[in-house]
Write a protein of this length. Sequence first.
Length: 145
Amino acid sequence: MSRQGFAGLALVSMLALLLTACSGTVPTPRSKPQPAPGKDTRPPVQYEVVPRPRPEPQVMHIPGLEGVIGANAAALLRQFGKPRLDLFEGDVHKLQFSGKACVLDIYLYPPRGGGDPVATHVDARRGSDGQDVDRASCVEALRKR
């Protein structure tokens, strides 16, 4: 078979297929229509929220932090003056004091039985590069300013 004969046969076959496809009717579906993809028809899952007791804050016990750990905000303001930062996040109260020597972050949490939040944790770092410094030394330096 020549190349022209083959091309003609292919063209006739294709035309026959197209005519056959256009002449038929649309078949009716045999099954129930399915929901659109991505649409979930199941009812939403219900979760029960169970309240949990707030854990007791872990209190630091480091020499040199006496008078800071266990103190309330008013006592800390008397010791260090006006804080650079004074913010609340949930039940936490954070006070930040700074000086040439260091930056001191003091975290106050309410005691389990309620009442005024008290300092339970202290972080200290250099203001220049954020490297940790001795907490007690930072407390002493900021008290002297």
